[in-house]
Design a protein. Structure first.
Length: 264
């Protein structure tokens, strides 16, 4: 499977961000991508009143993503915010394509490092997998990366690949943690992992310097089921289309049967 990793920095303008998403999808499709993944909060970045910009899954932003998925014939996963029943919002991944229409609400909320996502965001509860060109794919978002049980749940549901859109907050040691955890989660669950992060707030942004609201540290990564990095971007805006040999997942699971050998 050819996967497009679309690393960008979202602005406060959903229409501007939608245009960037559509442009990246078209470029990735021209390079043969079948699955195109964008960061968490691609619709609008953190740090603005999310309740005022949240849209339903049949709203104009999601419909714009669906339109470019239909146009290009690829499946797109992109982060947005949808209204929640209690007045907060849900941190939602929209997944849409020729045979796919699904969404995932982030389960693990980023109440860490002085930021409290749960003040404005309601947690999801549903583990979500979907099929793209016959490949089962699991969905996760950013802080979910610190919880290996979710990725094992993907594997238990038949996933050979997980995707992780993120806005991985900058700060001391955060890029090193990103690199470590992305590889660890792929290895824990013996899945391919496509982790797509937002870039920093501006050119030359220092990933060691915390920001008022999560943006990202870049370094979007495709990791094989053996935990090795197969492709990785730097710190700036970039599009990468990379190949994942899905049959490798079964080979690694035969060699290192950690899913079968679990006792807890």
């Amino acid at each position: 499977m050819r996967i497009g990793l679309c690393q960008l920095t979202a602005t406060t303008d959903p229409e501007e961000n939608l245009a960037a998403v559509q442009d990246h999808v078209r470029r990735a499709a021209r390079d043969g991508a079948r699955l195109v993944v964008f960061p968490e909060a691609s619709m609008v970045r953190f740090g603005v009143p999310l309740g005022q910009v949240a849209q339903p899954l049949d709203g104009p932003w999601a419909e714009g993503v669906r339109a470019v998925a239909r146009e290009t014939g690829v499946t797109v996963v992109a982060g947005m915010f949808t209204p929640a029943s209690d007045g907060r919002v849900a941190n939602t991944l929209l997944a849409t394509g020729p045979t796919v229409e699904e969404s995932y609400d982030k389960i693990h909320l980023y109440d860490a490092f002085g930021f409290k996502e749960s003040d404005t965001v309601a947690a999801g509860s549903r583990v979500v997998t979907l099929d793209v060109d016959g490949v089962r794919v699991g969905l996760a978002t950013c802080y979910d990366l610190r919880f290996p049980e979710l990725f094992r749940a993907h594997a238990d549901a038949g996933a050979a690949l997980s995707v992780l859109p993120a806005a991985w907050a900058a700060g001391p040691g955060k890029q090193a943690q990103w690199d470590l955890l992305v590889r660890a989660r792929a290895l824990d669950a013996t899945v391919w992992l496509a982790a797509v992060d937002q870039c920093g707030a501006g050119p030359g942004a220092d990933p060691e310097e915390p920001t008022a609201a999560p943006t990202g540290v870049g370094h979007s990564t495709l990791v094989g089921p053996d935990g090795t990095v197969r492709a990785q971007l730097g710190g700036g805006p970039e599009l990468l289309v990379a190949e994942a040999d899905i049959e490798e997942t079964a080979r690694v699971r035969r060699a290192v049967a950690v899913l079968d050998n679990r006792r807890l």
